[in-house]
Write a protein that binds this ligand. Structure first.
Ligand code: SAH
Length: 272
């Protein structure tokens, strides 16, 4: 079967508009962005409930649920124009690193980020890196020379490790071994293996009739669409276990089903 080609993928995305509509294949102006973002926020909060800032309806929170001295960090890979960072991650965490290979997308993200939550007030930060995932090691400190820039909060010392790694609608651009390699690096870059999560939110095609993995090559953008079993195969090989898999409800008709996976290192079992 044909495999994704890095250059062909980037070339395709370069022909798309640098907007929600462009990165969402024409679904940017309807209900999809809101439904998607709400589903993502809820899914993250299910697994990292201390990030929920809404106090109980019955009894207001007396103390913040999060440690006030600790800054929570997220990585948004294949971020496009920064939609997930803007609508989901910056509502939950303090600092986000955004990675995206297409220059016009990441530049629009950077230019617009001054309007994102907490950035103008320098309470939160967004750091922009232009790279394809095949060439990005999330465990490596981001050198000044690698970033297009950082907006908002400026730390006193170099920061390490992520609490959340968010991967949405971009992993089809990696073949099986690239994806396994990325997940292994991503796992190592989590600050706490028991508390941190890698979240994957991607399209699903149907498994084979016997339940085994199916992978479909998409000529248009040179990417792969994987079935649930194909995803599980990748996760297993990367040493990850699925804490929860959930289909995003409420998306417009005619799209592939979209599934969210909450992943952690298999050997850090929480004995749930
Ligand atoms: N995650 C964003 C963007 C989705 S569009 C969102 O949900 O809004 C798909 C994105 O994947 C595009 O921004 C595209 O440039 C990016 N992409 C393409 N090839 C990639 C690669 N090799 N590594 C990382 N991202 C890639």
């Amino acid at each position: 079967m044909r495999q994704p080609d890095l250059e062909d993928g980037i070339e395709y995305w370069n022909t798309r508009e640098a907007s929600y509509d462009g990165v969402l294949g024409g679904f940017g102006n309807g209900t999809l962005p809101r439904v998607d973002a709400l589903g993502s926020r809820q899914f993250i909060m299910t697994w990292i409930p201390e990030l929920c800032t809404v106090p109980s309806a019955i009894r207001p929170l007396e103390t913040p649920a999060t440690d006030p001295k600790r800054r929570y960090r997220a990585l948004d890979v294949g971020c496009g124009v920064g939609r997930t960072t803007k609508d989901v991650l910056l509502h939950l965490v303090d600092d986000v690193v955004l990675v995206e290979p297409v220059h016009k997308f990441i530049s629009v993200a950077e230019a617009e980020s001054i309007q994102w939550k907490g950035i103008a007030e320098k309470r939160k930060s967004a750091t922009f890196v232009q790279a394809p995932l095949q060439q990005f090691d999330p465990g490596k400190d981001i050198a000044e020379s690698d970033t297009l820039g950082r907006m908002g909060f400026i730390p006193v010392s170099v920061e390490h490790g992520y609490d959340i790694i968010w991967c949405q609608w971009c992993l089809g651009h990696l073949n099986h071994s690239e994806l396994v390699a990325f997940f292994k690096l991503a796992t190592k870059s989590l600050r706490d293996l028991r508390k941190g999560f890698i979240f994957v939110k991607e399209n699903l095609c149907r498994d084979m009739d016997d339940g085994s993995a199916r992978v479909v090559f998409d000529e248009e953008d040179s990417s792969l669409t994987r079935s649930n079993s194909a995803w599980i195969d990748v996760f297993t090989e990367a040493g990850l276990t699925v804490r929860e898999g959930k289909i995003q409800q409420g998306l417009p008709e005619g799209l592939y089903p979209v599934k969210m996976y909450a992943l952690q290192a298999a050997d850090s079992s929480l004995d749930l």
